[in-house]
Design a protein around this ligand. Structure first.
Ligand SMILES: [Mg+2]
Length: 343
């Protein structure tokens, strides 16, 4: 039995290999908080928060200030009783990335204590997953070049960021499709379209014989009616990302029949809500993908172990660590893109 001795936060900044451009936002750096949870027996569990102001309204400074209150709450608790720790961390629902990092660090310390990998603690459903890689918004020429590079590196799931210019977006996807035959496409508008624009985008591509695996978050996060309208007027599966944060959002999306897919990100939901969302979405016979924010290998490790453990996901959009400059790979998984394997 091992009790929590202390929890330490450290701010870490990672530079993107190239600026990461999505609708309304260009990132040069990811600024994350690494969480180290130590037990009285000397086991260390690692977690990482990669906060998104755009999606969750989180700021690093505000999260960092939670270190002492989280210590007050959790020191002395047993990591093997992790559900108790999860329940307490659910109170930090307004700081979901730090909730995720502390919850994961708890599982990681427990994993060290009993010498069982986290993905097996979570169920051990799979031993490997296939990940996508993302083409961010750029000129059509550069987007095609990036997509071909991704395809030639062996990826057969390509994520394409759109949402700022409907006509250019259609051209980019069309040109990418010509040169990457056999690939599946996840097209993510990051809330950039109106419902009517999203339907036009999808119908034009469909009329050209292009098949999308998923159209992700075409409209504003709060426009659940718009999502539903797109879903019922679009030939491709429609997914929620920015609209789908907590398990309560997912309950509403399911009741409204607003989407075909839910994109779970641990940074939006923590481990606790993500576990609940997996079961809710499966019960509603909908489908799941798992995504990321700007996590390094320490943070992507969390999602890789979650995805391997639950085996719940059709698509694994877990490429952020591949997009960041990092001195040392620190994941507890084997990274052989496009495949990640459990250890
Ligand atoms: Mg997305």
């Amino acid at each position: 039995m091992s009790k929590i001795k202390k929890i330490t936060f450290e701010v870490k900044k990672y530079e993107f290999h190239k600026p990461f451009h999505v609708t309304g936002s260009i990132s040069n750096y990811a600024t994350n908080i690494e969480v180290v949870l130590e037990t009285e027996d000397g086991a260390k569990g690692y977690g990482e928060a990669s906060p998104s102001f755009r999606v969750n309204g989180e700021k690093v400074e505000a999260l960092y200030a939670l270190e002492s209150s989280i210590n007050e709450l959790l020191v002395g608790m047993e990591v093997r009783n992790y559900r108790q720790i999860f329940d307490l961390m659910d109170k930090y629902f307004a700081s979901p990335s730090i909730k995720a990092a502390v919850q994961y660090a708890t599982l990681d310390a427990f994993s060290e204590e009993i010498n069982v990998p986290v993905y097996q603690i979570l169920g051990g459903a799979r031993t490997e997953i296939e990940i996508d890689k993302t083409v961010s918004i750029d000129t059509v020429e550069n987007m095609v070049r990036d997509a071909v590079e991704i395809y030639n590196a062996g990826h057969r799931v390509i994520k394409i960021k759109v949402g700022e210019d409907l006509k250019k977006d259609i051209e980019a996807v069309e040109e990418i499709a010509k040169l990457t035959s056999g690939a599946k496409y996840i097209v993510d508008a990051n809330m950039g379209y109106t419902p009517k624009e999203a339907i036009e985008f999808a119908k034009v591509l469909y009329s050209k014989g292009i098949d999308l695996g998923l159209l992700e978050q075409p409209v504003k996060a709060t426009d659940f009616e718009g999502l539903k309208f797109v879903r019922y007027n679009c030939p491709f599966p429609v997914g929620a990302d920015e609209s789908a944060k907590t398990k309560y959002d997912i309950m509403r999306l399911i009741k409204m029949e607003a989407v075909d897919f839910i994109n779970i990100k641990l940074m939006k939901s923590g481990i606790s809500d993500a576990l609940a969302i997996v079961e809710m979405v499966k019960s509603a016979h909908l489908q799941l993908m798992i995504g990321c924010m700007g996590e390094s290998s320490v943070g992507i490790n969390q999602s890789v172990n979650f995805a391997l453990g639950t085996g719940a996901f059709v698509y694994h959009d877990l490429d952020s660590a591949l997009l960041l400059k990092e001195d040392t790979f620190r994941g507890k998984y084997i990274s052989e893109p496009p495949v990640f394997k459990g250890i």
